[in-house]
Design a protein around this ligand. Structure first.
Ligand SMILES: *Cc1c(COP(=O)(O)O)cnc(C)c1O
Length: 434
């Protein structure tokens, strides 16, 4: 189990951010996504503390693709974060939330002309340049608007990290960023410097996601400092900012045992300090782009148990009222989650079951093997650590409506995304035959 002991109230019900999970399910219906806002804030504070304790200039740029909505943009703004955006849509939502454009970093390997124009019109803080096409396109947009903009170059340092491993060559074939070995990164630097309209603030690398090993980050940090040294020697260019991306792994189930997200950052800072000292470079600002580690553990998916199918001696399926439409990760990545019954999270399991969704796909299984206590029709099942890339990837498959999203904090619950209605789902449709 995720924790030896779950937070329960006097009635023995699971609490989320101090609120009764059963009551939340009753009040807002299921399937429901609940975020414990204090947990979000706490993780941001942990990151901030590491930087402050080490006396390093920094920015925490929340990778908003992990979960984006007006409320979330407002919370991270309150906590003094920057944000990564990867589309005009995310830019639009963040602006609507009142998020300052100056603290947005615009990522993506195929930003459209319209998106770049939108970014320039709204004075987005940084364009994270990904490829040569983008340099030309951005130059053109800037020229047309007689504008300038701050940029960073996204590099592929040749370090790729997977959950439990990393390697030094695997990333060169990535669709993102400029390759170092072939000299493309140098070429990009020269092009940007020649532009006269782009102010190069620094360099960036993002080596992967749900990473457990600190080694990959250390190698990437070293590599980026090495680039900085080369560019100083060759081109007299010194970056103000080195951005090491996100990807800090979180605990989804009992087999995951990651270090704390802030411990990755501690190691990165140390490597960076040592490396710049060796090379006689000024200490740059260190930027990180955590998505999952900020929002993942703070999210809880609540479902109601419906039908049960027992295949004697083989398997028991327990079906819930959501599934791959609100959390595609088990089907897409074989992600392993854990769940408890909200009315008694510490109850002893009596059998292993498979938690199935309600979508018309055999692959719509939320949990392959869930130790289950005695349960009943209508019980509320709570899945943990669903906050990242869950609702963000939600779909209307089977024309099931997407769930509501509720933020809880200080004993209050607030709907930040209302449940979709049937009407919402045909909102974009036109009749073909009248
Ligand atoms: C997705 C992404 C992140 C965030 O990754 P997490 O695993 O959610 O921390 C950060 N930076 C870039 C460039 C990304 O594409």
């Amino acid at each position: 189990m995720l924790d030896a002991k779950y937070n329960v109230n006097d009635q023995g019900h699971l609490t989320i951010g101090g609120m009764d999970a059963i009551q939340l399910a009753n009040q807002f219906k299921t399937p429901l996504v609940v975020y414990d806002v204090a947990q979000i804030r706490n993780q941001i504070h942990h990151f901030q503390k590491v930087f402050q304790d080490n006396d390093v200039k920094y920015a925490i740029s929340y990778a908003s693709k992990a979960f984006a909505c007006l409320g979330m943009y407002q919370v991270v703004n309150q906590e003094h974060c920057h944000i990564d955006i990867v589309s005009g849509g995310e830019m639009y939502a963040a602006l609507k939330a009142g998020f300052p454009a100056s603290k947005m970093s615009f990522h993506g390997n195929n930003k459209s002309k319209a998106e770049l124009e939108m970014a320039i019109d709204h004075h987005v803080g940084l364009i994270m340049i990904d490829n040569f096409h983008e340099i030309d396109l951005l130059n053109q947009v800037l020229k047309n608007k007689d504008a300038k903009v701050d940029v960073m170059l996204r590099l592929t340092p040749g370090v790729s990290a997977h959950t439990h491993e990393y390697d030094q060559t695997g990333q060169r074939d990535s669709k993102f960023g400029f390759d170092l070995k072939s000299g493309q990164a140098d070429q990009a630097l020269q092009k940007v410097m020649a532009s006269g309209r782009m102010n190069l603030r620094g360099i960036h690398a993002h080596i992967g996601s749900q990473i457990f090993e600190v080694k990959g980050f250390e190698m990437a940090a070293q590599k980026l400092v090495e680039v900085a040294k080369n560019w100083r020697d060759k081109y007299d260019y010194v970056p103000d900012i080195i951005n090491v991306g996100g990807g800090f792994g979180i605990k989804y189930n009992e087999n995951d045992d990651p270090i704390r997200p802030e411990d990755f950052v501690e190691a990165i800072i140390k490597t960076m300090k040592d490396s710049v000292k060796d090379d006689g470079l000024p200490m740059p600002e260190i930027w990180i782009e955590p998505g999952r580690s900020i929002i993942g553990p703070a999210g809880y998916n609540l479902y109601t148990i419906g039908s049960t199918k027992r295949v004697p001696g083989i398997k028991t399926y327990v079906a819930v009222d959501g599934g791959m439409g609100d959390n595609i990760r088990p089907a897409l990545y074989q992600a392993k989650y854990e769940a408890v019954l909200a009315n008694d999270p510490n109850a002893k399991p009596v059998e292993d079951v498979r938690i199935a969704g309600k979508y018309c796909e055999s692959g719509d299984i939320l949990i392959q093997n869930q130790p289950m206590p005695k349960y009943h029709l209508g019980d509320v099942l709570v899945m943990f650590a669903t906050g990242a890339y869950g609702y963000a990837m939600a779909s209307n498959y089977n024309l099931n409506a997407r769930p509501a999203v509720v933020f809880v904090e200080n004993g209050k619950a607030k709907v930040v995304i209302r449940r979709e209605s049937y009407e919402d789902m045909i909102h974009l449709d036109n009749n073909y035959i009248n």
